[in-house]
Design a protein. Structure first.
Ligand SMILES: *Cc1c(COP(=O)(O)O)cnc(C)c1O
Length: 349
C-alpha cells in the first residue's frame, strides 16, 4: 500500500544520543502523501530530505496547517509501543476539519507510522525518558496567494529521537493579563500551526522576565486559568485535582485525559470545571495550594512550583507528590512496565 524507498546508509552513527536537543534530530525516513484532484494519492516513505515548495505555496501565506505530537517507546524486551495513537488520529482530523483541510485516511495514518517505526527502529532507545517523538502534520501546498482554502495538501510524518524534555525540573510561570492564546469560536482546540506562532512573542517577553512559560487565561477578562504554555494545566487544592473543561479554547490533551483517569483510579477527586485566578490565590493564602502541574506528550507531567500574577510571586506547597506519582504510573504504562488496565498501548509488530 505504501511505496517504500529506503536510505542507502543510515546517519544514526553520527547522532549523539546522550545529548539530544528536543526536536532537532530526525530519523532516516519520512512519510509523505499528497492530496490532489480531490483525493489523497498513494503515500510514500522515503529518505528524510528537504522539500521543494513554490514560493506561493498557500501555507507560507495563510498558515493553513495542523499537526500532532505523539511518542513511540521501546520496552525491555525491545518491543515498540504507541500510546493511544487513535486519539492523535482523531484529533488531527478534528483540527484539519476546523482549518478546512481534508480528512486523512485512517489506514494511511496507521500504516505510515507502523512502516516508519519498523524502518527507523534503531532510533528508538530503551530507558526512562528516551522515546521517539512522532510528528504527523499537514499543510496547504497549492501554488497560489489567493486567500481561499487550498486545493492541494501534503501530509507528512517525521520522527525525532528525544530524551527528557526539560532538564531544569520545576518551572516558574507568569499568569497572562494582556495576551491570549485562544478565544471563543476560534481555533484554540485545534493543533493549528498558527496557535504556536501567536504564542512566541508573549512567551519571549515572559522569558526575558525570568519565567519559563505563560499560563493562559480566558480572552474575555483574563479571569479563568486555561493552559500553561503548550500544556494543559492542573491544580491540586484541598486534595482535589482541578483542570479546565475542554471547550473551543482548550486543547483536548491525550496526557490530560490519561492523567484524569489515572488519578480517578487512585481515588483522587478530580474536577473538570472553570477555575479562576482568584481561587488559586485564595487557596495559596489559606495554605491549600498544594500543587500545580502541566501535562503534554513532550513533558508528560511537569511540576510548576511558582507563578506570578500582577507583580506578586506565589509558591505552591512544593511537594509535587501527586504530579510525581501520576507521572510514574503514566510513564510505566507507556514503557510497558506497568499493567495497562486501560488498554491504551498499541504494540507495533
Ligand atoms: C498538544 C497540546 C497540548 C497537549 O496535548 P497532548 O495530547 O497531551 O500532547 C496541550 N495544549 C496545547 C495548546 C497543545 O497544543
Amino acid at each position: 500500500m505504501i511505496k517504500i524507498q529506503q536510505i542507502s546508509k543510515s546517519k544514526i552513527e553520527s547522532v549523539d544520543f546522550d545529548n539530544l536537543v528536543f526536536g532537532k534530530t530526525f530519523t532516516d525516513h519520512m512519510f509523505i502523501c499528497h492530496y490532489k484532484e480531490s483525493k489523497w494519492q498513494p503515500p510514500e516513505i522515503k529518505p528524510y530530505e528537504p522539500l521543494t515548495l513554490d514560493p506561493s505555496a498557500s501555507v507560507l501565506h495563510y498558515g493553513q496547517a495542523v499537526f500532532e505530537g505523539m511518542k513511540a517507546f521501546k520496552d525491555l524486551q525491545e518491543k515498540i509501543w504507541l500510546f493511544r495513537p487513535d486519539e492523535n488520529y482523531k484529533r488531527i482530523n478534528r483540527s484539519a476539519h476546523r482549518l478546512q483541510i481534508p480528512e486523512f485516511p485512517e489506514k494511511y495514518f496507521f500504516e505510515g507510522i507502523k512502516q516508519l517505526l519498523k524502518l527507523d527502529e534503531a532510533w528508538i532507545k530503551q530507558g526512562e525518558g528516551n522515546s521517539l517523538y512522532i510528528r504527523p502534520f499537514v499543510f496547504a501546498s497549492q501554488s497560489t496567494v489567493q486567500a481561499t482554502a487550498s486545493d492541494e495538501y501534503i501530509f507528512m510524518i517525521i520522527c525525532a529521537p528525544v530524551s527528557t524534555y526539560y532538564s531544569g525540573g520545576e518551572i516558574n510561570v507568569l499568569i497572562a493579563e494582556q495576551y491570549s492564546r485562544a478565544a471563543n469560536g476560534g481555533v484554540g482546540f485545534a493543533k493549528a500551526a498558527g496557535n504556536y506562532a501567536a504564542q512566541f512573542y508573549p512567551t519571549s517577553e515572559a522569558l526575558k522576565k525570568g519565567f519559563q512559560q505563560i499560563i493562559w487565561t480566558d480572552a474575555n477578562k483574563h479571569e479563568y486559568l486555561e493552559e500553561a504554555g503548550t500544556m494543559n494545566i492542573f491544580f491540586k487544592i484541598n486534595d482535589s485535582l482541578i483542570t479546565a473543561p475542554t471547550n473551543d479554547r482548550i486543547l483536548d490533551g491525550v496526557t490530560r485525559k490519561s492523567i484524569i483517569e489515572i488519578a480517578k483510579g487512585n481515588g483522587i477527586h478530580v474536577e473538570e470545571r472553570p477555575i479562576k485566578v482568584s481561587e488559586i490565590i485564595k487557596a495559596y493564602e489559606n495554605g491549600n495550594l498544594q500543587e500545580i502541574f502541566g501535562t503534554g506528550t513532550a513533558v508528560v507531567v511537569l511540576p510548576i512550583s511558582s507563578f506570578s500574577y500582577r507583580g506578586i510571586s506565589y509558591k505552591t506547597l512544593g511537594t509535587n507528590n501527586t504530579a510525581i506519582t501520576l507521572k510514574k504510573q503514566l510513564v510505566g504504562i507507556q514503557y510497558n512496565q506497568l499493567k495497562d488496565s486501560f488498554n491504551w498501548t498499541v504494540k507495533i509488530d
